[in-house]
Design a protein. Structure first.
Length: 500
């Protein structure tokens, strides 16, 4: 008797868009197929001086995704799960109501807060406890900003839920914190894998609002009766997968080797490797690497890089000025530009949330006494080459920290659709780049659901399944001498700014 394929639903929410994807697993054929059934924008909303997520709109889009699943004839969905970006959260009152719209991580409320917390705790102590990269928007700094700026809100809070936890609560009525996303708060102890109460007490932050994290792959409820009645669907089990989208993306890296380097490429670029335990050494601290929890007991040693946000913001600015240029056209223009004219450090603070990204890039080049890019193509070429060279910079430090040399780099996520960036990355690192799959986070979400449901044995089997189901494109490095010289220039330029 032929077994029936298993269908599950993944909601993959990024910082600029979200999607609902149905995955079907044919165990007999050893194949996974996916269908995107709903896509929607994720637009932050500015109110006064603050930037928020439109969380109720996102919840509405989740319900539309469930409804569209039914309309397309997927009546056999066995489970669903949500993954999203990290660090942001909502606060619930004692009666379970949301206390205001969650703040966006690019909101300016955390300006200068990180320095205050570091002065209180100590940089070395904070890193030894949490193993997390110092980024001004980490949850710890958002909470401390609330304590200083809006203490009444924090005093009214009964429960802290990160974005996927919060949306899952709206769907199920159950409150749970998932482990991988909890590790991005800089409040979870990297060794004990529990909330660091000593740290919380030292900062005067409430311990009681934090729920003990559940492991990825845990069933955490089902759709409420109200949701089922509203949408006219059966109650679907809900699973906590690797709810940090990077955790899910790394699950989907189709590596056959045990030790590999990955780049999850999208609005943010996350480059690193999997390790068995956190690496909390002095070089890791000095280089500001992060240790984030992975699924099934793994650790992700990686570094956040500003990523394609730089191009997205340039495009948004140009559109406001009346220039409608597609991403495809921007890449084509960049490909026609003379290489190696100017570089930026993508992680300079001036690029975090500027009013006019192209002008900031020009200012950086001017301040570092380089040729100032003028056209759209020149600016995008500067960004793409700088990203590729920053990837080399981080990859080489990842190797030093992990003690492993990697033969190439696996790239997953929407960024692989930018073939010029993939080729430039291969050129910069002078190694092969293996690009695919595009829907990395969604696939990682899907396969952890199937592991939880008993269809897939483990992570290794899941990666083999993804490799057998989706194409991987190989890029071969070119122009070694030219890129070696460019890398030396990039390092000099970055060292003259605020290199991270």
């Amino acid at each position: 008797m032929v077994s029936k394929p298993s269908s599950v639903l993944a909601f993959d929410l990024g910082a600029s868009s979200g999607r609902a994807i149905v995955g079907r697993l044919d165990s007999e054929a050893g194949q996974v197929t996916i269908e995107e059934i709903h896509r929607f924008s994720n637009d932050p909303v500015r109110v006064g001086n603050h930037l928020h997520w439109d969380i109720l709109r996102l919840f509405h889009e989740l319900k539309l995704g469930i409804l569209q699943t039914k309309h397309l004839g997927y009546t056999d969905i066995e489970s669903l799960a949500i993954d999203s970006w990290a660090v942001d959260f909502g606060l619930l009152s004692a009666n379970g109501e949301l206390l205001g719209n969650p703040y966006h991580y690019r909101d300016h409320q955390t300006d200068y807060v990180m320095e205050k917390v570091i002065n209180l705790v100590g940089r070395e102590k904070l890193y030894a406890k949490t193993g997390l990269q110092f980024l001004q928007f980490n949850s710890i700094f958002q909470l401390y900003a609330l304590k200083e700026r809006n203490p009444d809100l924090l005093e009214r809070a009964d429960t802290f839920l990160m974005i996927p936890d919060l949306l899952r609560y709206f769907l199920t009525g159950e409150k749970h914190s998932e482990y991988t996303n909890s590790t991005t708060t800089q409040l979870l102890n990297a060794t004990t894998r529990m909330w660091d109460k000593e740290l919380l007490e030292q900062l005067g932050l409430p311990c009681e609002i934090l729920l003990n994290p559940v492991p990825s792959g845990t069933r955490v409820g089902s759709l409420t009766k109200e949701i089922c009645d509203e949408l006219d669907v059966a109650s679907i089990p809900v699973i906590a997968v690797g709810e940090h989208d990077t955790a899910s993306a790394v699950v989907a890296v189709p590596a056959l080797e045990e030790d590999f380097a990955f780049l999850s490429c999208g609005t943010w670029s996350l480059l690193g490797t999997e390790t068995k335990a956190p690496i909390l050494t002095e070089p890791a601290l000095a280089w500001n690497f992060t240790n984030e929890g992975g699924v099934y007991g793994t650790n992700r040693l990686l570094k956040n890089i500003m990523g394609l946000w730089l191009i997205q913001e340039c495009k948004r600015t140009w559109e406001k000025e009346g220039k409608s240029i597609s991403f495809t056209e921007l890449v084509r223009l960049a490909d026609q530009v003379k290489p190696f004219q100017s570089f930026i450090d993508p992680d300079d603070d001036m690029f975090l949330n500027p009013e006019h990204m192209p002008k900031k890039i020009q200012q950086y080049c001017r301040d570092t006494e380089q040729i100032v890019p003028q056209t759209e193509g020149e600016i995008v070429r500067c960004i793409l080459e700088s990203l590729a060279l920053k990837y080399r910079f981080v990859l080489e430090r990842t190797e030093q920290l992990s003690g492993t040399t990697y033969q190439g780099l696996h790239i997953v996520g929407g960024g692989i659709q930018n073939e010029l960036l993939c080729q430039l990355t291969s050129n910069a690192i002078q190694r092969e780049v293996w690009a695919g799959p595009v829907e990395g986070s969604a696939l990682g979400n899907l396969v952890v659901q199937w592991i939880a449901l008993g269809y897939i044995a483990n992570l290794r089997e899941a990666r083999k399944l993804i490799r057998n189901s989706f194409p991987v494109k190989t890029y071969i490095p070119e122009d070694g001498a030219g890129w070696q010289e460019a890398y030396a220039t990039f390092c000099q330029v970055a060292s003259r700014s605020r290199v991270k």
